[in-house]
Design a protein around this ligand. Structure first.
Ligand code: SF4
Length: 212
């Protein structure tokens, strides 16, 4: 499969979808965004990671803010850091490093985002990317991530689901859960409101008219 350029979605949508499909739709279909402390911290950290120039330290060339794309998965994005590790035969192996401002999360969403970057690098550079790392600002530690077949399959499947959602142009109804408390779109989403269909609304309205 090769996705048309105008249907590529940003890699960040994978994380939004994993957090909440409605949040993903609000951001990527309805184009709404609201900053909170967590998103501001994350943005500041990514801006810092993207701001530096490329440099070489020994056998490692470090590229920052590298543009990424995979037409097979239909995704696009910018890598915080990609290290190119020189091999004894003179070739280089890319090693993506994704910066996260918080601490490791439950589930695989950070690893999936990193894997999506690696798959873009493989598609663009035609080289294998066997591993990468996540750097967490809270612990200031690097967590190595093996880009296994299982993680690649999970990433491709998530890309398919995000395309399906975005192509539907339908924003799912809210489902209130504990994650809503840390959601930057809480005030816009109003997850505790009871939504009714337009049909039901008109039905109720007409009934009220009859009663009066
Ligand atoms: S407030 Fe809750 S339901 Fe609404 S977008 Fe955020 S996480 Fe999803």
């Amino acid at each position: 499969m090769s996705c048309p350029e105008n249907e590529l979605f940003p890699i960040s949508a994978l994380q939004h979808f994993s957090f909440c499909p409605r949040q993903c739709a609000l951001i990527h279909i309805e184009r709404v965004w609201q900053e909170n402390m967590l998103t501001a911290e994350g943005r500041a950290m990514h801006e810092k990671a993207h701001s530096g120039d490329s440099e070489t330290r020994g056998d490692v060339h470090i590229a920052r803010g590298l543009a990424l794309r995979s037409l097979e998965l239909g995704i696009t994005g910018v890598a915080d850091v990609v290290e190119f590790h020189r091999q004894p035969d003179g070739s280089s192996v890319p090693f993506p490093v994704e910066y996260k401002h918080g601490k490791p999360k439950e589930g695989n969403c950070d690893r999936v985002q990193l894997c999506a970057q690696a798959l873009c690098l493989e598609s663009m550079l035609k080289v294998a990317v066997p591993e990468g790392a996540l750097f967490y600002g809270r612990s200031r530690r690097r967590e190595p991530v093996a880009l296994t077949d299982a993680l690649r399959i999970e990433t491709a499947e998530l890309c398919r689901k995000v395309h399906q959602l975005l192509n539907s142009c339908v924003t799912p109804a809210p489902v209130y859960s504990p994650r809503c408390r840390s959601c930057s779109l809480y005030d816009i989403c109003m997850p505790k409101k009871v939504f009714i269909s337009a049909e039901r609304y008109i039905e109720r309205f007409l009934k009220k008219e009859d009663d009066e």
